[in-house]
Write a protein that binds this ligand. Structure first.
Ligand SMILES: *Cc1c(COP(=O)(O)O)cnc(C)c1O
Length: 525
């Protein structure tokens, strides 16, 4: 394999059969892509700009010492480079994407159309409030839907992701605790089930809580007796996901909430799995004090590279006074933004700001479009169908794969690696073989409480035909593994631009920055 100066393979590994090798390293119309810095062609330009007129120095004595080294390229080279990179992305728009816990549902095109209306798309966070009444009204309406669906009185809309929302909710809890008197104000312990998403303990630890894990019981749910034993007057909160990350409904949730409240703590619910219960269960009725809702999961806004996230947090009566600013209030005179303490509507207790402005407007438009196009009954149907689809996958695969827990699941089907025992095939090998078949692998090795976990979340937007195709492929792969074809799995993936990379090295010693070959050579001297 040829390597570039960064140690990056510049050509695919030699194709196994010589008639598959090409002169260029390109495979059909899948073209090899160098880094944009390697494509640098000094002197090439995309746009002709007139020479910059001599201007006065505005930076005092500060002068650039050398060029910042941006690559120089013609416009077609740039366009082709980024277009080809975009085509190497797996996306919900190109194929089935059954990533458990992530709710990779279709992003309806109507959402996109609404978000592109100039009145919404061009709104600026600093424009006078009187000129943005329509946009602010939309924000207030989204808040009303979130409050109604969850039964919670308040919502903070500014957090930019689920994890950011967790931080917001936990900061409200911290502020509420610190507002108490004496020893009660020094509660710092947060209980987190072992099956929790990694962001839960990370959030609690990041803002100064200590994390105390609670084990799962044999049914994959929180061990209530173990939880009870951990309660005490230093417990600030429990962070619980429901349905949990094993895809199971926590049957004792109301009892758990009562126990935590009786012990003086708050109940933070990780609402990333709200898709399974939206329209059917109101978190307020379960005793929740704070819950983030990823608009990019339940409410169909694009994930990650497809757009910025949004993780609004709904808050109970007890936490509402501590909500971050700014927030929107709707009254007789119109819609206002409460930016500062002392303004009408402020409580004097807000813990501060989560980010500079009000949140991701484009995501708010998409999420409200989704809500309005489904209506309350349609959202109820969303939850029902997402659970039905997951159970269809579970029931269709559990005779050839192995499910760690008895009974039906909620919105995602969990398997472990017992069915691979003695085959020499690991969960990772199995996932790599799925890539060759055109499927983005499910979530692997999470939740941690299950050995070799495979967590499949089809969501309600997939058709029976898509699920049948997926089930058929999974069944055939499981049979192939059991038939002793470990070598075949070990060689997968065969059809990707790169095959197996050294994932450990990539994680431990990531090369995140390109350096020109000469500085590398100098550094070596
Ligand atoms: C996705 C997810 C999160 C984090 O949300 P981000 O938007 O990715 O930050 C937290 N908890 C659970 C259970 C999730 O599935």
């Amino acid at each position: 394999m040829s390597m570039n100066g960064q140690g990056r393979p510049t050509r695919p590994e030699a194709a196994p059969a010589s008639d598959a090798a090409t002169l260029t390293g390109n495979a059909g119309l899948v073209i090899e892509e160098a880094l944009i810095f390697e494509l640098d062609s000094p002197g090439a330009v995309g746009v002709d700009l007139p020479p910059v007129p001599a201007t006065a120095q505005h930076l005092g004595g500060v002068k650039p010492r050398r060029s910042i080294g941006l690559p120089q390229l013609s416009e077609p080279t740039v366009v082709r480079h980024y277009t080809r990179l975009s085509q190497k992305n797996m996306a919900i728009d190109s194929a089935f994407y059954p990533l458990g816990s992530c709710t990779m549902k279709h992003n309806p095109r109507l959402n996109e159309k609404m978000a592109r209306l100039p009145g919404f798309a061009d709104v600026h966070p600093l424009q006078p409030v009187s000129t943005a009444q329509g946009s602010l009204d939309l924000v207030a309406e989204l808040a009303r839907w979130l409050n109604t669906l969850t039964g919670m009185p308040a919502v903070a809309l500014s957090p930019g992701a689920g994890a950011h929302g967790e931080m917001c909710g936990m900061m409200a809890i911290r502020a509420a605790i610190e507002h108490r008197e004496g020893k009660d104000s020094r509660r710092r312990r947060v209980l987190v089930p072992e099956s929790a998403h990694g962001t839960n303990p990370a959030t609690a630890a990041a803002i100064g809580f200590t994390v105390d894990p609670i084990p799962a019981d044999a049914t994959g749910r929180v061990d209530v007796a173990a939880l009870e034993a951990k309660l005490g007057d230093d417990v600030a909160a429990i962070m619980l996901t429901n349905p949990n990350t094993c895809g199971l409904f926590e049957r004792d949730i109301v009892h758990i909430a009562e126990m935590v409240h009786a012990a003086g703590g708050f109940f933070y619910c990780d609402g990333a799995n709200f898709n399974a219960i939206v329209g059917r269960v109101r978190p307020a009725d379960l005793g929740v004090d704070a819950m983030h809702i990823n608009l990019h999961k339940t409410f169909s806004t694009p994930h990650g590279g497809g757009g910025p996230g949004a993780g609004p947090v709904v808050l109970s009566e007890a936490l509402a006074p501590f909500a971050p600013r700014p927030f929107v209030v709707r009254d007789a005179s119109g819609v206002r933004i409460v930016e500062h303490e002392g303004e009408a509507g402020s409580t004097g207790l807000s813990f501060g700001r989560m980010k500079a402005f009000h949140g991701q407007m484009g995501m708010f438009v998409r999420a409200l479009t989704y809500m309005l196009s489904h209506g309350a009954d349609g959202l109820w149907q969303v939850a029902s169908d997402s659970v039905l689809n997951a159970n269809y996958v579970l029931a269709s695969l559990k005779d050839v794969m192995s499910a760690p827990f008895e009974g039906p699941c909620m919105h995602e089907a969990l398997f472990d690696d017992r069915f691979l025992k003695g085959t020499g095939v690991s969960t990772l090998d199995f996932a790599k073989a799925m890539i060759d078949e055109g499927y983005h692998p499910m979530t692997m090795y999470f939740p941690l409480v299950v050995h070799g976990a495979m967590l499949i979340e089809p969501t309600e937007t997939e058709s029976k035909a898509t699920l049948d195709g997926f089930v058929d492929t999974m069944r055939r792969l499981a049979q192939k593994a059991k038939a002793g074809e470990a070598d075949w799995f070990a060689a997968a993936p065969r059809h990707t631009p790169r095959r197996r990379l050294d994932e450990t090295l990539a994680a431990r010693r990531p090369v995140l920055r390109w350096r020109p070959p000469e500085t590398r050579a100098q550094a070596a001297e």
